[in-house]
Design a protein. Structure first.
Length: 281
């Protein structure tokens, strides 16, 4: 740490501390086009994806591991300004209930469908329409990353992509996963043009999800828990599929449903290729 240049902050009234607290509000974040990246794992993944960390606030008294200093060095080498905060000051800016003593500030990056490569013969997308809860969106990012989708397409989202709870629930996969934002109409047109089959999840569908062939170019489409998918996407679907519900519950958490559908698609593709281990492909 002696070799790294940093500023020290101890006062709760410090202008930077107050600014970070204001950035908890979406309006303030969007106005300044920033994202708060809290925790070792999220910051590590942001760095692995070459996501720029402009400022890094740290509190050694709250560290939970042994590699934090190395992370500080990596951020500093890439141009981040470092600020050491006293525990009470870091506690004020932290979003987590159990802070890890690391919080980075980076720029928001918005991408549209035009920023994605054209769909290939093995195209695999997750399309999420009208997702309302940040925790669900972040968890869906982890599942999408795990099965290596080509992109997550967010349609008419009701939650902020850069909500701190999205960052936390995604464990940093927000920065490693290709994500595009679009309207439902734009997504339908783009997928149709690319020859991608739209498989829409609906509790009213006749076919069960494991009876639908998802080995070709495919987009798995899910909607909000409260409203489900829009008529625009349901009418555009090449296949509508459902998960079997044998108990009293009539629906699953959207992140859970997404994970089941994505892994079924992966299973079918692995079986088609004669693979038993996903790491072999």
């Amino acid at each position: 740490m002696k070799a790294l240049a940093f500023e020290e902050i101890s006062s709760l009234q410090n202008v930077r501390v107050k600014q970070i607290v204001r950035w908890r509000d979406r309006g303030s974040r969007d106005k300044d086009q920033v994202v708060l990246i809290e925790g070792y794992r999220a910051l590590t993944r942001a760095l692995a994806a070459d996501y720029p960390i402009q400022e890094l606030y740290f509190c050694p008294e709250m560290y939970q591991g042994e590699n934090e200093n190395e992370l500080l060095g990596q951020c500093a080498q890439r141009g981040a300004r470092l600020f050491r905060l006293a525990p009470q000051a870091f506690g004020k800016i932290a979003y987590r209930d159990r802070p890890e003593g690391l919080l980075g500030i980076g720029p928001q990056k918005r991408r549209g469908l035009q920023d994605l490569p054209a769909p290939g013969t093995k195209a695999f997308y997750l399309v999420a329409e009208g997702i309302e809860k940040p925790g669900n969106l972040g968890t869906m990012m982890r599942s999408a990353d795990a099965v290596q989708v080509d992109a997550l397409i967010l349609c008419d989202s009701r939650t902020d992509l850069y909500n701190p709870n999205v960052v936390r629930a995604s464990t940093g996969n927000l920065f490693t996963l290709p994500i595009a934002e679009a309207s439902s109409a734009e997504a339908v047109a783009w997928l149709k043009k690319g020859g991608v089959s739209i498989c829409a999840a609906s509790p009213h569908a006749e076919r069960l999800y494991f009876d639908v062939d998802m080995t070709g170019p495919v987009a798995v489409v899910v909607g909000s828990e409260q409203y489900g998918l829009s008529q625009k996407l349901l009418q555009a679907a090449d296949e509508c599929l459902r998960l079997p519900m044998l108990g009293e519950a009539d629906s699953l958490n959207v992140s859970t449903a997404s994970a089941l559908l994505l892994y079924e698609c992966l299973r079918q593709r692995m079986m088609r290729q004669g693979l038993r281990d996903a790491n072999l492909h």
